[in-house]
Design a protein around this ligand. Structure first.
Ligand code: LLP
Length: 404
């Protein structure tokens, strides 16, 4: 049975810690991690949690404790992972559009590094040469992912070294004798179709013969999770099966067994997270029934930024008579979490929960409108523990320098 926190549990936690509030469920993260490792058990696969989805140290530590590595998109994420006690061999850093100094810093930390531009690869060759095995991120020119904002492998995307520049890539590698250990792609987020991953491996398979010290094919993240109640789960076993067939027929020949790495973010933490708000005001107009909550796009930006759907429930009145509501936030611009949703009657003071809030929820939160960022709570073995305090007024003033 799928791990889930009940409305009753969430209500108790909300009353104890106050709202707005993010709650995460360790056992659900574990369930997701186990699904991945089981599905890929017959391949030499490794999983690095894309911690950009949620960087709370406790989450990083928990995922490390169940066997996961950590994928980082900035040097600070790599430092957070080290701070969380993750050994450098289990940390992967995929740079994108950054100054070369950051790559040098990552090399000094000793973590796995993927480089995403020819110019930084040349700098790497010049400065570091062949003394440090490294990965290159390739842009495979594949259009995939839930929407253009989170689609990263297509022909107009800024990410990676375009596959059509392979000759330039090889020239740099040969010039400096760079030890290419990994070929990396990440085509986007919210991918359900196994063929996208197979297509990606196909593209990389053509490059493999050019790199004789290659050990790893890194396929990035992007496994879709169900956001709407009628969405199906991504069939990870089907993806694993298709990949295995392709790898055995085309890549695992002549005794070569490249490791396959993945960088799942959403898949591990999205469904494990709940965002809970309290209804401040009801406003009935001739066309819309608004329920205004004690939060806004400053705390959960996905609906306004990506038109993302988050399922909502009224945990204070689950059996109330259903009505149609538009759920809005308190930010001073259009700030709509959901339009025309059927929900059990909402009263002022009711608690509303937003599902799938673990990934890119708190992590993309800000202090816009000078609001404090929410509390974070982790539930493990039935125990709720606060893992981040609510901010206070001093936090808003921190780092401001008085000039007058
Ligand atoms: N690896 C790389 C190199 C990435 O850029 C990403 C995500 C991942 C792995 C993890 O992707 P995931 O498994 O979480 O789909 N803020 C957006 C998602 C942005 C994803 C950015 N890169 C959202 O809320 O939908």
């Amino acid at each position: 049975m799928s791990q889930k926190l009940t409305g009753g549990q969430l209500l108790d936690i909300s009353k104890e810690y106050g709202t707005p509030l993010y709650v995460y469920h360790a056992e659900k993260i574990r369930e997701q991690y186990d699904k991945l490792t089981t599905a890929f058990s017959s391949l030499p696969a490794r999983f690095f949690y894309a911690c950009k989805a949620l960087t709370n140290l406790n989450i990083i530590q928990y995922i490390h404790s169940i066997g996961g590595g950590i994928d980082c998109s900035s040097i600070n994420e790599a430092k957070l992972a080290l701070q969380a006690g993750v050994p450098k061999e289990k940390i992967l850093y995929t740079s994108n559009g950054i100054a070369f100094e950051e790559i040098e810093e990552a090399v000094n930390l000793g973590v796995h590094v993927n480089i995403d531009s020819l110019s930084n690869l040349a700098r790497f060759g010049k400065k570091i040469g062949n003394s440090y095995p490294v990965g290159v991120r390739i842009r495979p020119n594949i259009l995939a992912g839930g929407n253009l904002k989170i689609s990263t492998g297509h022909e107009r995307s800024k990410f990676g070294i375009p596959i059509d520049q392979i000759e330039e890539l090889k020239t740099i590698v040969d010039q400096y004798n760079i030890h290419i250990k990994t070929l990396h792609i990440h085509t986007g987020s919210d991918i359900k179709d196994a063929d996208v991953f197979v297509q990606g491996v196909k593209v990389l398979a053509e490059l493999v013969p050019h790199f004789d010290r290659l050990e790893v094919i890194d396929l990035g993240g992007g496994f879709k999770v169900p956001y709407e109640p009628d969405h199906d789960e991504t069939d990870i076993s089907a993806i694993a099966k298709k990949l295995k067939t392709f790898l055995e027929e085309h890549l695992y020949v002549n005794g070569k067994k490249y490791e396959i790495w993945f960088e799942p973010g959403k898949y591990l933490v999205s469904e494990a997270g709940y965002f809970i708000t309290k209804v401040n005001v009801l406003k009935q107009t001739h066309s819309v029934n608004f329920a205004g909550v004690d939060s806004g796009l400053n705390h959960l930006i996905r609906p306004m930024f990506y038109d993302a759907y988050h399922h909502i429930e009224n945990i204070s009145n689950p059996n109330g008579e259903e009505k149609i509501y538009t759920i809005t936030g308190y930010i001073c611009e259009t700030d709509t979490f959901a339009s025309d949703r059927k929900l059990p009657e909402i009263r002022e003071g009711d608690y509303l929960v937003f599902y799938n809030a673990g990934a890119y929820g708190f992590e993309m939160a800000s202090n816009y409108n000078s609001r404090f960022r929410p509390v974070e709570v982790l539930v493990k073995d039935g125990q709720a523990s606060m893992i981040r305090k609510r901010e206070n007024f001093d936090d808003l003033l921190r780092n401001q320098v008085a000039m007058f």
